[in-house]
Design a protein around this ligand. Structure first.
Ligand code: SF4
Length: 434
């Protein structure tokens, strides 16, 4: 059945209902399954079961490529993308609506509404459908409460109105975020670590997250487990180059090639602005005094520190330095430097900023730029193949477990195609040389 499913993935069909149909009508499917024609329900069950073994099959495939010398596990290129969850973006509800629906559904299940009372259209017609919906509502209520609590822990200027925090009833596990087309919808984030010369996907993951933050270290660990610790260098974009990411790479003895903070487009936009403020980079950091000197030569005083929350419950310390208002008020650079000279210019510095500065310098070296070019030529091809050639833009099953199984099937299908090409090229090369 797995052979048939992988064939269907290559043919852009991800629905078990389509597989069932194809198993009866498609000659190739009949040949692959040796005439086996499972019932439609069996295909759905298979899709749900296969997730447990797909990781092991993926590891076997990668190790086979390493043994055949088709893959260099020393370098990996990481990037992420979003795939839409199997849930409508028009049917997301807040806590108040959720509670109302829970009460109505409980009434319908217990048979309390009278005959003349109309049952809402969103209530399924069958008993099993109603019970399933009741389970989903309970799961959604738990997830929504966690989201509201997380929102309450945010800074007041970043906090949302709790009434605007919503959950999808079709797939409560899917977080809400903007996809590549800036559409706000339930989605899952998928990460690929691709080997740049063969284009094989060495490792992957599918997470219930709406951004790439905090995925670098887990992906490195997963890749190291698959390639037995042979990974030495990871290339990624600026989203994977925070201080915590750099520290994680240092702890794991991995070289990270990724630009700091902004991409080249934002940098050039910044430089072209005529009214731009004197940049923080123009303030000199004194390592011995552990303080800044402003372009007018004055020393900034340390004014305090603040703990900043980061992804996964981690935090980072931010220090604040301020130039004395007495200097700023009489300074001829004040117009370009500080909006309110009577308060003095402030500069913020994160603990571990040295790592970011060293990374910025490294990324400006010519040799690094040449090596980094490999990233652009590699990682987008994996996602382009998934979305363009395999037409994989939305999950078919609901829930993180199914989304992971579907991602595993997609990666296995993509890798099998690449491995087949590499093995044929290798064979042809051997024939030519003999
Ligand atoms: S405005 Fe203040 S911080 Fe800026 S250069 Fe002048 S003295 Fe220094």
């Amino acid at each position: 059945m797995l052979k048939m499913v992988l064939y269907q993935y290559l043919k852009k069909r991800t629905s078990p209902a389509q597989w069932s149909e194809e198993a009866k009508l498609n000659e190739a499917m009949r040949w692959l399954g040796r005439g086996y024609q499972p019932a439609r329900r069996t295909w759905y069950d298979f899709r749900d079961r296969v997730g447990d073994v797909i990781e092991r099959l993926h590891e076997q495939l990668i190790n086979r490529a390493i043994d055949e010398d088709l893959l260099d596990p020393g370098v990996g290129v990481q990037d992420g993308t979003f795939f839409a969850a199997c849930a409508s973006r028009h049917r997301m509800i807040n806590q108040e609506t959720l509670h109302k629906r829970r009460e109505i559904l409980a009434g319908v299940i217990n048979g309390s509404p009278s005959d003349d009372q109309e049952i809402p259209k969103w209530v399924p017609p069958t008993v099993s459908g109603r019970l399933e919906l009741a389970e989903r509502i309970e799961a959604a209520a738990e997830i929504l409460t966690a989201r509201i609590e997380q929102n309450a822990g945010k800074r007041s200027d970043k906090r949302k109105d709790p009434a605007k925090i919503v959950v999808s009833l079709s797939d409560p596990e899917a977080p809400l975020g903007r996809d590549k087309f800036k559409v706000y919808r339930p989605l899952y984030t998928v990460q690929y670590m691709i080997e740049p010369t063969s284009n094989l996907i060495i490792s992957y993951c599918c997470e219930a997250a709406a951004n790439d933050a905090g995925t670098l270290a887990p992906m490195i660990d997963k890749t190291q487990r698959i390639v037995s610790g042979k990974l030495r260098c990871v290339m990624a974009d600026a989203a994977y180059c925070s201080i915590l990411d750099l520290q994680d790479c240092q702890d794991r003895n991995i070289e990270l090639l990724a630009p700091v903070q902004s991409n080249s487009m934002t940098e050039s936009k910044k430089k072209n602005r005529v009214d731009r403020q004197i940049d923080r980079d123009e303030f000199a950091w004194d390592k011995n005094e552990r303080s800044y000197h402003c372009p007018a030569g004055h020393r900034l005083e340390h004014k305090g520190r603040e703990q900043k929350q980061r992804h996964g419950g981690r935090s980072i310390i931010e220090h604040c330095y301020r130039c004395s208002p007495s200097h700023c008020q009489g300074c001829e650079l004040a117009v370009r430097c500080v909006s309110n000279p009577s308060r003095g210019r402030t500069i913020k510095r994160l603990e571990g900023q040295e790592l970011l500065d060293a990374q910025r310098e490294k990324m400006n070296e010519e040799s690094t730029k040449v090596r980094y070019q490999l990233r652009g030529q590699t990682v987008e091809r994996g996602f382009a193949d998934a979305k363009g050639n395999r037409r994989f833009e939305r999950y078919h099953g609901r829930g993180l477990r199914r989304a992971r199984a579907e991602t595993g099937l997609l990666v296995l299908a993509q890798n099998l195609l690449i491995l087949d090409r590499l093995e044929r090229e290798d064979l042809n090369h051997d024939k030519t040389t003999t």
